[in-house]
Design a protein around this ligand. Structure first.
Ligand SMILES: *Cc1c(COP(=O)(O)O)cnc(C)c1O
Length: 400
């Protein structure tokens, strides 16, 4: 580690709010699925800014679109029309099969808007139709409403009083949902695939039954695809894998390939709940962010791109199953779909965080969530050769 890195750690540790436990590297630049620290050390990046850099780093068409847009307009008020925003909204509407899109700056903000519009919609039906049901082990963001929606008590602690009328059910447990949903339910909000909670995928018919229960009780179905959307499962929206459509879908992370953005997309019926002045944003959907989103929206939803995700994902998952066979006393399960994959650790020789650290020393950036799940959300452009690089490193770390 260079003296410069040490100086940066020191300055940052002294001045930045210490809410992240940081790994001791200073990243400087990237190229495709690789990032480099300021000493020039190369890492294959299978975290991708937590499912953000879907097209990899320094992707030329994205850099060019951002550069060209910055020379024209970075920002104007949402009181005016811009072409990048009109285009991005039209693309999201077409891809989702829903009717209207709104742009925010982050995932939490997208979910916050989704919760607001759901509440407003349900109020028109009945004053007490306010309950919002989410899942245990979910993750929906860090604002007060979205951290309340997040079904993990550790995120709630110390922030009470929390917004009212949130209830939790077991993800992928239709009986639990059936016992809690009623005509007072405003919305059911779920990640189509749980990311932060440990990479949990639904069983085949779960979402069909969730959809039926929502329809029966006039509750809106909000799907949070902030992590699992944008082509990560091999479909642009993960819900396309399950033969259903939500009333509201939220996106963020990879939507603009690394430029901050969030979005929620709704049916016309839901859209009618909002009138001028009911919601807004200064930055959300500005021309710079939307120019970036348009590159992602022109690149990912095509057959060749998505079948690449499916193929590499399948290859990667097989390699993870091989690791599980080889280290069965340390790895109890392989989960996930496409390029959102997880390895469940059971009594590993070293902790999940230490495994991440050991991988980093050997030149691979991976992630550990909930302490015991290694999570892989690489750029969608990775090749099987890059999968091999990471698997070789994991093999060394588990075998040590
Ligand atoms: C990351 C994430 C969020 C929050 O997004 P931010 O941009 O960090 O606010 C919400 N939901 C899911 C499923 C996420 O993965």
């Amino acid at each position: 580690m260079s003296e410069t890195q040490e100086k940066i750690f020191e300055r940052d540790d002294k001045n930045y709010l210490p809410v992240f436990k940081r790994y001791k590297i200073v990243l400087e630049r990237g190229e495709g699925p690789y990032v480099y620290d300021i000493d020039g050390k190369k890492y294959v990046d299978f975290l991708a800014g937590i499912a953000v850099n879907v097209l990899g780093h320094n992707y030329a068409p994205l850099v060019e679109a951002i550069t060209n847009q910055a020379k024209k307009l970075i920002h104007v008020s949402n009181l005016y029309y811009t072409e990048p925003q009109a285009n991005a909204a039209a693309k999201l509407v077409e891809l989702s099969g829903l009717d209207r899109a709104f742009f925010a700056n982050s995932g939490a903000e997208a979910n916050e808007g989704a919760i607001k519009i759901a509440r407003k919609f349900a109020k028109k039906i009945s004053e007490d139709k306010t309950q919002i049901i989410t899942a245990w082990d979910s993750f929906h963001g860090r604002t007060l409403a979205t951290l309340t929606a997040t079904g993990q008590p550790k995120y709630h602690k110390g922030f009470e009083p929390l917004p009212a009328a949130f209830d939790y059910v077991k993800y992928n447990d239709i009986a639990d949902l059936e016992s809690k949903i009623s005509d007072k339910t405003c919305a059911v909000m779920l990640e189509t695939i749980q990311g932060e909670g440990g990479v949990y995928t639904p069983t085949e018919n779960y979402f069909k039954k969730v959809r039926e229960l929502c329809d029966k009780h006039g509750a809106l179905l909000i799907l949070d695809e902030i992590q699992c959307g944008m082509g990560r499962t091999g479909k642009f929206f993960a819900y396309e894998n399950y033969g259903i459509k939500p009333d509201i879908v939220t996106l963020a992370k990879g939507l603009a390939g690394g430029v901050p953005i969030g979005a929620f997309v709704v049916t016309e019926k839901v859209a009618q709940a909002f009138h001028a002045g009911d919601h807004g944003t200064t930055f959300g959907g500005n021309p710079l962010a939307c120019a970036a989103a348009n590159v992602v929206l022109d690149t990912i939803p095509n057959e060749k791109f998505l079948s690449h995700v499916v193929e590499v994902g399948k290859y990667f998952k097989e390699k993870l199953f091989d690791l599980q066979k080889k280290y069965s006393e340390q790895i109890s399960e392989v989960r996930g779909e496409g390029l959102i994959l997880g390895l469940q650790l059971s009594n590993p020789k070293i902790s999940g965080v230490e495994i991440v650290n050991e991988c980093m020393k050997r030149g691979a950036i991976i992630n550990c969530t909930v302490g015991t799940v290694l999570r892989f959300v690489p750029p969608l452009i990775i090749t099987t050769a890059q999968v091999d690089e990471v698997v070789k490193i994991l093999d060394e770390v588990f075998g040590n």
